[in-house]
Design a protein around this ligand. Structure first.
Ligand SMILES: [Ca+2]
Ligand SMILES: [Ca+2]
Length: 244
């Protein structure tokens, strides 16, 4: 099974334009890291912004690993130097912001298809092969799979979405977080997040992500948004990995 996955992902790499950062499988999850970049780029979201967005330059980190036979799970984490709070009240702001979502992609052996979008308040959104469109609420950065989703419920009265530019997120090769135990990313200082790390405790003494600011009150750290290996399957194969 492991061999089959590697061959299928190798096919994907050959079909997708990409520039691998490294050759091989340095994060030891059974998938060539260049293939991870290719599949993450293939289903990179189209982000819909608000014209009122002004909380600093964002970065999008990602993680790819097997999620069962003929499936991979891609986790995307969008980070900001700060959360500007709910614009309607100017409340709820804090340093550092991390917002995650996941795409489950499946293959029939000939190519890959985006099947399922998984978000905090929308656990399963069918993608039907399409690249996900994600609405980013102004200032607060809550993520929604539709404009209607942003408007729904109490939070829809506190924040707003859309009206700005829409662009497919361009994923950089050096934004692959890798896997816990075999990380491809450690310090996030070169991205402007001094003192922050991808997989460990921050230099500020907790696991919050504070956008590089030496004070508390940030969002959950990148590590808390990524999937972790918690056990090995009895067969010892890549497909036997358990994730949470
Ligand atoms: Ca890998
Ligand atoms: Ca990986």
């Amino acid at each position: 099974m492991k061999t089959a996955v590697l061959l299928l992902l190798a096919f994907l790499v050959s079909a997708a334009p990409s520039t691998p950062l490294r050759a091989g499988d340095l994060d030891k999850d059974g998938i060539d890291d260049a293939a991870e970049l290719a599949v993450a780029r293939a289903f990179s979201p189209s982000l819909v912004w608000s014209p009122d967005e002004s909380c600093g330059k964002h970065e999008t980190f990602f993680q790819v690993h097997p999620d069962g036979p003929r499936r991979v799970l891609i986790t995307y984490v969008v980070t900001f130097p700060k959360d500007c709070g709910f614009p309607a009240f100017g409340l709820g702001s804090h340093p550092g912001d991390t917002q995650e979502f996941r795409v489950q992609a499946v293959t029939d052996g000939k190519g890959w298809r985006a099947a399922d979008l998984q978000m905090t308040w929308f656990p399963h959104v069918p993608l039907n092969g399409e690249r996900p469109r994600i609405w980013v609420s102004a200032g607060k950065h809550h993520l929604y799979p539709s404009l209607e989703g942003c408007k729904r419920g109490l939070k829809g009265k506190l924040e707003h979405c859309g009206g700005g530019v829409e662009a497919v997120e361009t994923l950089a090769a050096d934004h692959n977080a890798g896997e816990r135990g075999h990380p491809l990313l450690t310090s996030l200082a070169r991205f402007g997040y001094s003192g922050e790390t991808a997989w460990g405790r921050s230099d500020w003494g907790d696991e919050l992500f504070c956008g590089g600011e030496p004070k508390r009150g940030g969002n959950g750290g990148l590590s808390s948004k990524l999937k972790h290996i918690v056990a090995w399957g009895t067969c010892g194969e890549t497909m036997g990995l358990k994730w949470r």
